[in-house]
Ligand binder design. Structure first.
Ligand SMILES: Nc1nc2c(ncn2[C@@H]2O[C@H](COP(=O)(O)OP(=O)(O)O)[C@@H](O)[C@H]2O)c(=O)[nH]1
Ligand SMILES: [Mg+2]
Length: 184
């Protein structure tokens, strides 16, 4: 089975750990209190979702990273061999908007990943007021979804699965090309 390493990055307290737990079906034990992630947490799960016309059965490794930039020394190790990146931010926090470019440039552009290997989640918490954020022009081609676990949890899973399906098909195309180039 194909294995995908997907990083979940973005500003502190945007909801990266909550979303990662939800996608991996891990039980939430924090009881609403905020526990900042130290460095990185790795969640593994198998995905068998049925996206039309695309293969999406895979082993997924979600790397739920800390939003604290004091861990930036670990970033090269974390990024090694990553296939995809999910950037989570809170549209209600103005500083998050300014941070987006930094996360995108470090984790996507500098890793030579393509726009299609990245998904941006504007994660809406129950108290949210501001829901629309203008993406920096450098990220205008990246898929941007709004996630709301309280009101539409299955929508979050659907968005992630359709991103995963696209990611897997691009990974298997790349694998086929590499195999072909070995034979030739
Ligand atoms: N009620 C509710 N709380 C949330 C939601 N998403 C995040 N939170 C809370 O926001 C805080 C930060 O979330 P967390 O996932 O730990 O942020 P991270 O720093 O990006 O990993 C935590 O206290 C969560 O309980 C949500 O969808 N609903
Ligand atoms: Mg966290």
């Amino acid at each position: 089975m194909i294995k995908a390493k997907i990083l979940v990055v973005g500003p502190c307290e945007s909801g990266k750990s909550v979303i990662s737990n939800f996608l991996a079906d891990a039980t939430e034990t924090s009881g609403g209190e905020y526990h900042p992630t130290q460095g990185v947490r790795i969640l593994e799960f198998e995905s068998n979702s049925n996206q039309i016309g695309a293969r999406s059965s895979a082993e997924v490794e979600l790397w739920d990273c800390s939003g604290d930039q004091k861990f930036d020394e670990c970033w090269p190790a974390i990024m090694k061999d990553a296939n995809g990146v999910v950037i989570v931010y809170n549209p209600d926090v103005p500083t998050h908007e300014r941070e987006l470019d930094m996360w995108y440039s470090h984790f996507v552009v500098q890793q030579a990943l393509r726009e299609t290997n990245c998904l941006i989640m504007g994660h809406v918490k129950p108290s949210a007021k501001n829901l629309t954020v203008q993406m920096p022009s450098s990220m205008s081609k990246v898929q941007h979804v709004q996630t709301n676990l309280e009101e539409d949890a299955e929508g979050v899973r659907r968005d992630f699965n359709s991103f995963l399906a696209k990611l897997l098909s691009s990974m298997s195309r790349k694998q086929d090309q590499e195999e072909l180039s070995i034979i030739q």
